[in-house]
Ligand binder design. Structure first.
Ligand code: FE2
Ligand code: FE2
Length: 151
């Protein structure tokens, strides 16, 4: 899988989890949030450590990458805040809703603006190699995360 396909697959998975949140009772949202959190922590990690640094070297992509990093920052702040809320907090549902809106907006910018430019700039081999590198990091980061480092 090349880098773009890999990231889009992650985006689709998160978007399906968001649909589930919308289609289920509030009592199920905490468990869904834990899955959303893990997906987003792993995804933002591989983008920030491997994908974005490579893209930032390209003049046309620099501003989009810098904006992306700030959006990740906001998303991760929401993830931490949501994880720290008690079960009965009235802030949980509205915060989860805003998180989903922010992530959806961020994904639209990546898929609508950033990825098309990347596909013009980089050749298939480069994107394939980058994809392989990201897949490897994804697996090892997932292990650390589930072992408790991301909690
Ligand atoms: Fe992404
Ligand atoms: Fe991103």
């Amino acid at each position: 899988m090349n880098a773009i396909e890999l990231l889009k697959t992650d985006h689709d998975k998160v978007s399906r989890l968001f649909q589930k949140v919308k289609a289920t009772e509030e009592s199920e949202h905490k468990t869904l949030f834990e899955q959303i959190r893990e997906e987003l922590e792993v995804h933002t990690h591989i983008e920030e450590t491997i994908f974005y640094p490579k893209m930032k070297d390209e003049k046309e992509l620099e501003d989009l990458v810098l904006e992306g990093i700030e959006e990740h920052h906001q998303v991760k702040m929401f993830l931490r805040e949501l994880a720290a809320l008690t079960d009965e907090s009235e802030k949980f549902e509205p915060k989860l809703k805003v998180l989903m809106e922010d992530v959806t907006h961020h994904v639209q910018e990546e898929e609508g603006e950033m990825f098309p430019l990347i596909e013009e700039i980089f050749d298939e081999t480069t994107l394939e190699n980058l994809g392989a590198e990201m897949e490897k990091e994804k697996q090892s980061f997932k292990k650390t995360y589930t072992a408790g480092a991301g909690k």
